[in-house]
Design a protein around this ligand. Structure first.
Ligand code: DGY
Length: 320
């Protein structure tokens, strides 16, 4: 039987590429180049399936140019904001994602962001590296303790729930806002707020875990930042588009916000130079899911979805 032709748009882990090569006629990207939209279209027109990451944008224009051969976009990501799902559906292209398997890794990065921001870890590290640690006193580099504080989760999906569990481990009281209240066994004593404003008012640490949609673009902005308690900490491991970065710079500069830990930015790769210039910001280059275990699991999950599709079954993680 002829193997379906699969374009894997970025370099994946060797075990994942080996399994893909066993079952598909694969086109790989060994140099891990980011293809332009025109190159992406040209590659996708020649294959039955594409396995992209969030770095490959499938806008309505790109989807309209893909031609009749491509049947499925099997994403190597839980987020699908890089794909115009309505356009894919209209074009009859199936879209899948990789939920669950990255929740632990992303929750770890959220904790790292929280602790390094609240306890001034980035500042301390930079000071020693620059050879500038020449003083110690009880008043030196005093941060904010998270134990006993309120941990606000905006978006209590899978990643939000696992992150909340980790925050409980630090003795934090979990609060959340979500479209729907969770059942008791998932809520685990967390306090539900039916409005965003209600959650913001009590969040000593606010951690973002909602998907990026046109409706919640810039949901964290000058107005909403002002609703947080004085000297709160913001953690974003979800998507940069959720935050108005100019407003965030303002709140961090005045000290209204104590610190921020950010793994995602409006512009990626690259980040935000105004944020990078502030001492009270801890920055990471979108590595929430970047562990060996998780990257293997994401790759296998994307292949599971492809296998189901080409076997004539419904892929488990179909989103369009
Ligand atoms: C995701 O899976 O959405 C992560 O952001 C990595 O792409």
């Amino acid at each position: 039987m002829t193997k379906p032709k699969l374009f894997i748009a970025r370099k994946l882990r060797d075990v994942v590429e080996a399994r893909a090569a066993r079952d598909y006629a694969v086109i790989l990207n060994p140099e891990d180049r980011l293809f332009s939209p025109a190159e992406l279209i040209a590659m996708c027109r020649e294959v039955d399936a594409v396995l992209p990451c969030h770095s490959e944008r499938f806008s309505a224009d790109v989807i309209a140019a893909l031609g009749p051969r491509l049947k499925i976009i099997a994403n190597h990501s839980v987020g699908t904001d890089h794909v115009d799902l309505a356009a894919a559906k209209a074009a009859g292209i199936v879209v899948t994602n990789t939920p669950d398997v990255l929740s632990d890794a992303t929750a770890e990065i959220a904790m790292l962001c929280m602790l390094r921001a609240a306890r001034r870890g980035a500042e301390g590290d930079a000071m020693i590296r620059a050879g500038k640690w020449d003083f110690w006193s009880p008043a030196f580099m005093v941060g904010r303790q998270v134990t006993g504080k309120r941990f606000g989760v905006l978006g209590m999906g899978r990643v939000g729930q696992v992150t909340a569990e980790r925050a409980r481990g630090f003795g934090m009281e979990v609060h959340y806002h979500n479209r729907r209240r969770l059942p008791d066994h998932l809520e685990k004593g967390a306090v539900f707020h039916d409005t965003l404003e209600g959650l913001l008012a009590v969040s000593d640490v606010l951690s973002l875990h909602c998907p990026s949609t046109p409706q919640n673009a810039g949901i964290i902005n000058a107005r909403t930042l002002a609703l947080l308690p004085e000297r709160a900490v913001l953690v974003n491991t979800a998507r940069g588009g959720l935050v108005d970065e100019a407003a965030l710079v303002g709140a961090l500069t005045t000290g209204r916000l104590f610190a921020a830990g950010l793994d995602v930015f409006q512009t990626e790769p690259g980040g935000n130079t105004a944020l990078a210039a502030l001492p009270n910001v801890f920055l990471l280059p979108h590595i929430g899911s970047a562990t060996e275990e998780t990257r293997d699991a994401m790759g296998f999950r994307a292949l599971d979805n492809l296998d189901a599709f080409f076997a004539g079954r419904e892929p488990g993680d179909r989103v369009a």
